[in-house]
Design a protein around this ligand. Structure first.
Ligand code: M6R
Length: 634
């Protein structure tokens, strides 16, 4: 995780770095730091200033305001701790022993222990516990070696030293380096961690993600895996992992990538929950325009060949994206008739099932940068390629909210959920966008495979068209209702979420949302599993939130819920208003819709209840403890 920003240009670097870091703070907020380089009128080398502060970025901002960090070249970092506690000494940038070279890094250096030992044997003293600190020392050693061979300090020399060091590093990382002997050179590199270059007017920025470029430029050059770049006032030199110069044209950022404002909302999360009706509206406009033929009820940009011959599907994802995948699998199996399995990407990497033929692999990741998901997809593609049988050829699709991210460069087909940037660490509107992508896929496959009748397909598309308005009303209503209910949870320590069938993943998602932002222990179960163990947890102080929508398992859920009621649990029902309200202590009503579409609505009360419980406890909702938005480490 972690966010990195680097800048070289004609303006003061510090304000640009801090502004960029502010927009990347969602990636980590344990500590932050910047290093800047100022040309010195008295000496050939520049003056390097490094400022770091533990905790949120605001601490660093205050420090820089008081003590200043001059220079037109600089690097910055916001940290999500992996190696070493969140303390100032572990904050980036990290320096070499001379204090003349500074590095920021996002990722994990897997062989840092061996590298550290080797450096310590040569007398290097470390000041932090981080894996990153080996990098400035290694670069410094390479520079000394190159200089001792008669080479002069220059941007190219720094680039060569970074390239040599990157050959020694194992793991996934993106990094930026400045050196006081080259006060007009910035070197950046990436391997399996995101990094892109922004081309501004008279300046270049480099960052882990596009929001950091907001207000500076929309012209970007995403770096490819294994590339290293030298940025100077004269331009950009880009090299691949073999040291070959690369020439690529920059592209323009589309959409709302630079809109990062809470508007009138108290938190990004609340704003993003409200934006779900718009996410649905845009999706319906784009993919379900009126007048589509019955045999192709969804407008997706895929050729017929994309669908041909697919006999099964496997989906790889983490966290909330995996919950969307579980709803997707239900739809793909039950509506479209395709056997579908869902895997935790982190588990799949090391225990993939035997290869099956004619299989589509779908990776779901809102950020497009989740290391486990990307690695699982890449591993799957490689083993299929190695197998060499045409029936087992790798067929992959990515579902993401970030079409400029790594997944979009890694897999051949992408569904862009177009939910707009999501800043709150707890995923909400991107979850809805992912669900909608699966509804589109299920409809596309169903119509091609005749797995259900035209009437059923038309009925589902009509329900989807009604969704934006329903969501808008539902969000308003539950915002108020959840804020009234939240005080009841002030002393709550455990909550059980129940669902079945297509709503079981929504119970999992409800529990995850509550855990993430309120730190209340919560678990989601398929309602029928309660009696096989979890029922032992129930008592008066453990609320049970059950989703029950008319359909295949409606009566079953109600019976399971009665079992909880008999154990004195407080029962909260997410149910259509007029159904079984006598069973529940509290009803959070949702519209009466078909079971197929119910997850798109039942998730809203879950999100808003979690939000208000956390807000009522005064917690930092958009930046919950220990979490980060984009998990780019294994
Ligand atoms: O970017 P991704 O969708 O791949 O992220 C996967 C998970 O890290 C993410 O869903 C996480 O569980 C969120 N914090 C959920 O709110």
């Amino acid at each position: 995780m972690c966010g990195i920003v680097a800048v070289i240009g004609s303006r003061d670097a510090a304000p640009l770095l801090l502004e960029g870091l502010k927009r990347l703070e969602y990636r980590g907020y344990d500590s932050a730091g910047i290093a800047t380089l100022e040309l010195s009128s008295k000496a050939a080398t520049g003056v390097l200033t490094c400022k770091k502060a533990n905790g949120k970025l605001a601490n660093l901002m205050n420090l820089v305001e008081q003590e200043s960090a001059p220079g037109h070249l600089g690097i910055g970092h916001t940290r999500w701790a992996t190696h070493g506690k969140p303390e100032e000494r572990n904050a980036h940038p990290h320096m070499d022993s001379s204090g003349g070279l500074a590095v920021v890094q996002n990722g994990i250096i897997e062989n840092h222990i061996t590298l550290r030992k080797g450096l310590q044997e040569k007398g290097i003293q470390f000041v932090s516990e981080t894996d990153t600190e080996v990098i400035p020392h290694l670069i410094s050693q390479e520079l000394n070696l190159l200089k001792s061979n008669g080479q002069e300090a220059s941007g190219s020399l720094l680039l060569e030293a970074v390239r040599r060091v990157s050959l020694k590093l194992k793991g996934a990382y993106a990094l930026a380096v400045i050196w006081k002997e080259t006060p007009e050179a910035l070197v950046v590199a990436r391997r399996q961690a995101p990094l892109l270059i922004g081309l501004g007017e008279g300046e270049f920025l480099c960052a882990s993600d596009t929001p950091a470029l907001a207000g500076v430029t929309r012209t970007i050059l995403p770096m490819e895996d294994g590339e290293t770049a030298l940025l100077t006032p004269l331009g950009i030199e880009l090299y691949d992992h073999r040291g070959q110069r690369q020439q690529r044209s920059p592209s323009l950022l589309h959409g709302q990538e630079d809109v990062v404002s809470k508007r009138h909302f108290r938190h990004f999360m609340l704003k993003e929950i409200y934006e779900q009706s718009e996410t649905a509206r845009l999706w319906v406009d784009r993919h379900l325009p009126l007048g589509l033929p019955e045999q192709a009820p969804v407008a997706f940009p895929f050729e017929d060949s994309f669908y041909e011959g697919i006999e099964r599907i496997q989906i790889l994802a983490c966290g909330t994206s995996r919950h969307a995948a579980l709803v997707g699998a239900y739809l793909l199996e039950q509506f479209a008739g395709i056997p579908t399995s869902v895997f935790y990407a982190s588990e799949f990497r090391y225990a993939a099932p035997p290869l099956a033929p004619n299989l589509l692999t779908i990776g779901v990741t809102q950020s497009g940068e989740t290391a486990d998901t990307l690695a699982a997809l890449s591993m799957e593609a490689q083993r299929r390629e190695a197998y060499g049988d045409p029936a087992f050829i790798s067929r992959q699709l990515g579902i993401t909210n970030r079409p400029e991210s790594s997944i979009a460069r890694q897999v051949p087909n992408i569904i862009n959920i177009c939910a707009g940037i999501e800043v709150g660490v707890a995923a909400t509107k991107t979850f809805l966008g992912q669900l909608l992508a699966f509804y589109g896929l299920a409809l596309s496959f169903a119509s091609r495979r005749n797995s259900c009748s035209t009437k059923e397909i038309i009925s589902l598309t009509n329900e989807l068209r009604a969704l934006p308005n329903q969501l808008s009303v539902l969000i308003d209503k539950h915002d108020q209702m959840a804020s009234t209910l939240a005080p009841l949870f002030l002393d709550t320590q455990n909550v059980i979420f129940l669902g079945r069938g297509i709503n079981y993943p929504i119970a999992l998602e409800g529990a995850l949302k509550l855990k993430e932002i309120s730190y209340i222990h919560a678990e989601g179960y398929p309602a029928g599993e309660m009696k096989h163990g979890p029922i032992a947890l129930l008592e008066r102080r453990v609320p049970v939130i059950a989703i029950a929508t008319p359909g295949v398992v409606f009566e079953k859920v109600l019976s399971n819920v009665q079992e909880a009621k008999a154990r004195d649990a407080q029962l909260i029902g997410v149910i259509p208003k007029e159904f079984a309200k006598e069973v529940f202590d509290i009803v959070m009503p949702i519209p009466e819709v078909s079971e197929w579409i119910s997850p798109l609505l039942s998730v809203v009360p879950m999100q808003l209840l979690s939000y208000h419980i956390a807000a009522n406890r005064g917690l930092d909702i958009d930046q919950p403890r220990n979490l980060a938005k984009s998990v780019t480490v294994e």
